[in-house]
Write a protein of this length. Sequence first.
Length: 412
Amino acid sequence: MPEAYVYITLPGATDAVTAGRFEHTVARNGVAVGRFVYGRRYRERSDAVEIDPVELRLGRAGFETVRLGGVFGALRDSGPDYWGRRVIEKHAGLSQLGELDYLLHSPDDRAGALGFGLSVEPPAPARQFNKTWDLAKLQTLAEALLADEPPKDAAQVEELLLLGTSMGGARPKVVVESQDALWLAKFNRHDDRWNMARVEHATLELARRCGLQVADSQVVTVGGRDVLMVKRFDRTRMEDGYARARMVSALTLLETDETPDGRARWSYILLAETLRRISERPAEDARELFGRMAFNALISNTDDHPRNHAVIAPGPGWRLSPAYDLTPTPAFAEERRDLAMTCGAQGRFANAGNLLSECRRFLLDPEAAAALVDQMQAAVQQQWYGVARSCGVSEADCEALRRAYVYPGFRA
């Protein structure tokens, strides 16, 4: 039976311990089944923490799932994203790998605090990281991978593997160490319609100006190419390495998946109710989520799917993570635009009235919620262009993006 041990780095620590064992099988009817069992020694630890707050709770030892191809949401969140899977396939020389293969082949520095291996005892954590001066070489390798060019030697294959990461979609990226912190470096693609590195950096800064909690970011230029650097909020520098915060996506919190049926549970409202149940500060996190929902509507961010929202736990308790992966999407539709997740009584309609229709579910009274939307709309209208230009977004790119901000249907 295919299986792997699941390791976890406990709050404040830099070395992992074994939390349990994961088994993955495919039945005769083709249904994949995943089973996870917490280890007895782990459950007996006084400092043991749950892997996630909704599914793999410490209240019982064993769990089973058929969702997400038989992989528990928290484990899938720690596995490679689309880009990471592509890197692993290149490394393994195969295009068909099982879910367990992706977990086992993923690099040590994945998102969150989990790790996977075939030994009962976890390996020592990797202490070496790419540096910012490696970015030009790594970008060249990433572009070769995008072009399906075979690596020239085994060393290049290993370097490609270092590019793999999770919770980040299809954009080429790599983890680098700079200024005693770890950063996710995201590369521009040759087919981007605008300078994505500068546009995403500007969008994060605009969200901060609107009062939202966002990941720190900066743009560096390497070899004449811009690279977006986003500081990892699931890592904290310690004397002997990096402490790791547990991290799970909203897809896991909503106990759903990316199938058409699963998308019925893609909902800010359901996510707010989950936060009210699991967060250390439910009122603060529910209000923050409402603000992010409004901001996404105001910038026409149609990529606000559940894997672009997360909670983290640097200590024993859970909080909404800083915002990340915020991008405007200009569209020609003027009367109606939709978000990826349900945001009110009228479904996904990115409209102020729809946002306010369920505000009490975010622990906000109608007056406070309306004032928050008004303030955020004014900030976006008045500041988006100035922020973009100050972050180095070109005049041409600003013009291409102009239709994304506060489209007419927002107040219809």
